[in-house]
Design a protein around this ligand. Sequence first.
Ligand code: NAP
Length: 282
Amino acid sequence: MRELTGRAVSDAIGAEIREKLGPVESMLGRKPKLAIIRCGERPEDLSYEKNALRRIREYGMEGEAITFPEDVSDNVFQRAFNAVNEDKSVDGILLMRPLPPQLNEGFIISCIDSEKDVDGASPVNAAGLYFGSDCFAPCTAQAVIELLKYYHIELSGKEVVILGRSSVVGKPLSMLLLSEDATVTVCHSKTRDLQKITKRADILISAIGRPRFITSDYIKRSAIVIDVGINTDKDGRLCGDVDYDDCSLKASAMTPVPGGIGPVTTAVLAKHVFEAANRDLL
Ligand code: NAP
């Protein structure tokens, strides 16, 4: 069984950015910059923010977190958000979601400058993904594609089953995989006879947020298993959606958790910030 580690992929993405960064920085007269907007202190947001800022700086760019209390008013948030959205020194914006209920998330997302929308949240980028045009796809969905391509895993004509239909992972990933000529099935909590479907998969991708839910009973022999899940088990340990030890006896290749899709996601975010800064120069 081959382990598909994310570090090799993120290193390759980082090397490409570093190689091209000098001229872009000279032309901009500054480093490309990401602004992360966060309300409250959810542990998963803090962890993602820390990793994202570390990655951005590791690749030679700049990152800033703009934070608000959980009970921030719509007025205060909207004004600060508009300022970041219009700030010419900010190339990319990452909005930590879900926003607190007093804020109109749908409206705010629709306001993000699509050129700065490095996590593909805005309707403009979602439409771009749908029509297969040049756009920013959500970083985690894009990270799955980057990892599969890095390891030269053929997608054309392959039977790919995705577990999870969220707008940040499952849905955008289905569009990206269709663009790669895969045959895609998307499953969710109402899917009947799940194992029958998952066992068809040449490539099984799980993004359901259920600790070690996918056992070897869900996969066919020699399947490739991509684990997007980041969960904590009942003992407080970080784990994926996939029972790694059990599935590794049957799969031909698997991503670990941690160390799989996670590091590639922050690398893709950094790549998108670099590309957004580059677009500023066009
Ligand atoms: P989400 O919005 O909660 O969506 C979960 C999806 O899984 C839903 O579509 C749900 O179906 C489906 N689902 C839940 N239980 C299921 C079951 N027993 N059988 C089949 N489908 C089931 O979650 P998310 O934001 O997409 O995140 C999913 C996982 O990925 C989480 O562990 C999260 O931490 C992780 N994640 C990782 C990264 C990364 O960088 N690696 C980034 C984002 C998320 P319904 O639609 O029917 O409810």
